[in-house]
Design a protein around this ligand. Structure first.
Ligand code: GDP
Length: 357
């Protein structure tokens, strides 16, 4: 799937660069171009991708702190410049544009929804969000920002793929310590989804194609991805259970939004050597996910790659609010109330979390 990535803010830039690095290392070359946009000059400096500094008149390259309203306002003012910087990032072959951002901060949280809206106005290709939710131990302002940003970004994108910062980090590490590891994990897993349709070696009916990813995400709303892998026997006929049990593990313990159980649509991608991937296993896994998520349609396919393991990626779209998402939204609401009390002039509605615009 030929994709353009636009990272907004610190996490956005880092995750977008990590995705491209993983894509290149694996040899998929699905990523057409990457642009990192930020209000903080120092966050752009270490990135190995094209960069653009915005809001220079207002914040002089020093960032917006955790002020996502300022982040939104700066993006609004400079969105023409950002769109003008997309030559060579988005091209006629681009099949999807991803706006990548951490939702808890300022620049990405506020800027991503503004940019997504403009991208959708201008481009025919789908515009997806890849949004990172703060871990439960991050401060109140991050929770409140992320709640408002999520609400806005889901409205302004064709689908919003969420990754919870608590989902894929090793226990014992703080979220900050594990950012690099989390980014690496996000990059490899998203990389497998983007590899759909790019893997030229395996051509066949069952090989997953980029249109299947796009059709899965067509439900809109929030989406999540899951992953698990296991050792596989050399012969496909011995791997029916490997495929089905790995699929179960991906859904039960490997989702980017933990406790995601129901969805409108899904896609099960089984990655591995064609000789090892059991078609019967893929079909059973697909059906199991369909039943388990009470989904209207779950697609299934394989992704040929060289490995003695089998990896299963599950994309779920139109995910219903899970226990985890509900508790996040509760935290976000409570946090925005406490932020309100500190700043009684803030125009929050305490009963319902407001969108950003
Ligand atoms: P911004 O630069 O103002 O957009 O804000 P940041 O991107 O620094 O932070 C926003 C959110 O992203 C916070 O919830 C952080 O915990 C999270 N975050 C920051 N850096 C990273 C990162 O490298 N990886 C991940 N997964 N999350 C990050």
């Amino acid at each position: 799937m030929k994709a353009a990535l636009i990272g907004v803010g610190q996490a956005g830039g880092k995750v977008a660069s990590a995705i491209r690095a993983a894509d290149r290392a694996a040899g998929y070359d699905a990523i057409r171009g990457v642009l990192a946009v930020n209000t903080a000059e120092s966050d752009l400096a270490p990135l190995d991708v094209e960069t653009m500094l915005v809001g220079q008149e207002r914040v002089k390259g020093h960032g917006v702190g955790a002020d996502n309203e300022l982040g939104a306002s700066i993006m609004q003012a400079d969105v023409g410049e950002v769109m003008g910087g997309l030559d060579g990032v988005v091209d006629p072959a681009t099949e999807a544009i991803f706006v990548v951002a951490g939702l808890g901060g300022g620049t990405g949280s506020g800027g991503a929804p503004v940019l997504a809206r403009e991208l959708r106005r201008v481009y025919e290709t789908p515009v997806y969000g890849l949004g990172i939710l703060p871990g439960r131990d991050e401060g109140a302002i991050y929770q409140a920002n992320a709640g408002r940003s999520l609400k806005t970004l889901v409205r302004e994108t064709d689908a919003l793929l969420l990754v919870d910062n608590d989902a894929w980090h090793e226990s014992g590490e703080s979220v900050e310590e594990s950012f690099a590891a989390i980014n690496e994990t996000i990059a490899r897993r998203i990389g497998l989804v983007l590899a759909a349709g790019e893997n030229v070696e395996g051509v066949g009916e069952s090989v997953v194609d980029s249109s299947e990813v796009i059709n899965t995400l067509r439900t809109g709303g929030m989406a999540a991805i899951g992953y698990a892998s296991a050792e596989a026997a050399p012969d496909a006929s011995e791997n029916i259970n490997v495929v089905t049990s790995t699929t179960r593990k991906a859904l039960m313990t490997g989702m980017s939004v933990p406790q995601t159980e129901r969805a409108e649509a899904g896609l099960v991608i089984v990655a591995g050597e064609p000789d090892r991937v059991s078609r019967k296993g893929v079909e059973r896994a697909r059906k199991w996910v369909e039943e388990k998520t009470e989904s209207m349609q779950v697609r299934g396919g394989d992704l040929p790659l060289e490995s003695d393991r089998i990896g299963v990626v599950i994309v779920l779209s139109g995910i219903a609010s899970s226990t985890r998402l509900e508790s996040f939204m509760e935290r976000a609401k409570a946090a925005s109330e406490s932020v309100d009390r500190e700043d009684p002039t803030a125009a929050f509605d305490n009963d319902e979390l407001d969108g950003l615009f």
